[in-house]
Design a protein around this ligand. Structure first.
Ligand code: C5P
Length: 236
């Protein structure tokens, strides 16, 4: 399959010093960094300034899920140069998704920067299919992810966050340009931790994922650069 699958590394570490060390260790690798809850709440401003000083484009994994007005304001407040991807929960609904997309475009124009692509989270990769009914969601993961991706597409989100299991169906339904970004990635034999719908980097690539997100298999390795290079080798 001709798709290029890019590697996003989750900066899921407890201190700024560790994040800085990780960024330096991965300097020679073709990766995009992801700033999520742990980094953002712990030492966000320092980290974002560092990424900007390095002129690195990064993903802001803020997983917004609130009323439309609040999400609109949050996106406006969060946007800064360097944010290339931003996440929201599709379960926030059509109006909230549109508010996020509009705010991103408006604020980017004000700042004179490229508009980040808004990606909508469908079904978290930590949910097993059996968990969905307990959340009141009817259907399997493919069906639910497709329904939520439809909301995201109609709201002009650039794509979705989903598991590798759903990529083929989503691409078939919404087109190859609709971005699929997949967490829950584990190299063969790797510990799953709290992730449930997992796949290898190779399988993600074969399914047509545009991005894979990898945290612990790289971050917790004694040699993060070697771990990242091994994953990049699987992708290409
Ligand atoms: O350590 P691991 O590879 O499981 O990390 C996955 C990363 O992707 C974490 O930062 C997690 O917050 C994020 N993520 C996810 N599932 C989503 C969206 C983001 O696991 N649906």
């Amino acid at each position: 399959m001709g798709v290029q699958t890019r590697l996003v590394v989750a900066l899921d570490v407890p201190t700024f010093v560790r994040a800085e060390r990780l960024i330096e260790a991965l300097a020679g690798c073709d990766v995009t960094f992801k700033v999520g809850y742990e980094a953002l709440y712990g030492y966000g401003p320092e980290l974002l300034s560092l990424l900007e000083a390095r002129e690195a484009a990064y993903m802001l994994d803020v997983k917004l899920h609130d009323i439309p007005r609040t999400v609109h304001a949050a996106v406006q407040a969060l946007l800064r140069p360097g944010v290339s991807l931003l996440t929201v929960h599709a379960l926030g609904g059509a109006e909230m998704l549109s508010a996020a997309v509009e705010a991103a475009a408006e604020r980017a124009a004000e700042l004179g920067i490229a508009t980040p692509r808004v990606l909508a989270i469908t079904v978290l990769t930590s949910h097993a299919p059996g968990d969905l009914a307990t959340l009141g969601l009817a259907g399997g993961t493919v069906e639910i992810a497709t329904r939520l991706a439809g909301l995201a597409r109609d709201a002009r989100c650039a794509g979705v966050v989903c598991s590798v299991t759903e990529v083929r169906e989503l691409k078939a339904a919404f087109g190859d340009d609709f971005i699929a970004l997949c967490p829950g990635i584990r190299p063969c034999g790797g510990a799953h931790g709290d992730q449930r719908r997992v796949a290898t980097p190779r399988d993600a690539h074969l399914a047509g994922a545009d991005y894979i997100v990898v945290g612990r298999p790289i971050v917790e390795d004694n040699d993060p650069a070697a771990a990242a290079q091994a994953i990049l080798a699987e992708l290409n």
